[in-house]
Design a protein around this ligand. Sequence first.
Ligand code: FES
Length: 275
Amino acid sequence: MWDYTDKVREHFLNPKNVGEVENPDGIGEVGSIACGDALKLTFRLGKDKKIAEARFKTFGCASAIASSSVLTEMIIGKTLEEVEKISNDDIAMALGGLPKEKIHCSVMGQEALEKAIAYYKGEPEKILEGEIICHCFNVTDVDIRRAVQEKGLTSLEDVTGYLKAGGGCGNCHEEILQIIQKSQGMTILEPKKPAAGMTNLQKIRKIEETLESEIKPALIRDGGNIELVDVDGNRVLVRLQGACATCSRSRITLKDHVEARLRTLVAHDLVVEEA
Ligand code: FES
């Protein structure tokens, strides 16, 4: 269960300024319904050039609704120069904070605002910088690198929480992990090909070693642990222990952390399952 503040709950249960402004001056649309998160922000300026009306429509979770709702409240009555300075951190702070897995909702709000202002100014659509790494959410290597460096993200889970990158099909997980490792100055370990030439015993040993050195320390730090139960072909059967066993996010830990690391460091076709 996410830990939501009262402010998030209030804006989710009683969202403000839902809908679309008629004849808007600014329109900003981000995300896509196919990806599960979309936001349309519209605003109208008054004669004093301050935002007189702002409305939103969103398809997303409680945090997306709350972020959009609070954003409209933040911008009404302000000039464009003032609202241009609003960052995603400001949106999250206005809600008393968001779970780190939901920060991308405030990022989406800030991006919609940026697009709506660009629309008003008649500026062309911003060209994506870099190469798209996550095709499900249109996130580039430049976006990921910037977020990792500026926000101190250290795991795939952090990146998904912040940018949503990696939150869909999962095909980009290895590339995201490599960007994180590179940004942290770690040696990049290329994903291993199927364990050609590795005997079954060597593969099991390699899995054990990787669990010990690369995976267990982080889980133990969070009050959990993991035990290798069996290896059956490419299936790696494990048992989560301690806090990890009872955590509602255990499946995410298993797939985004354990499986992704084993695929990168041992063999790319491993599938991790709970025994
Ligand atoms: S490409 Fe599908 S989650 Fe990134």
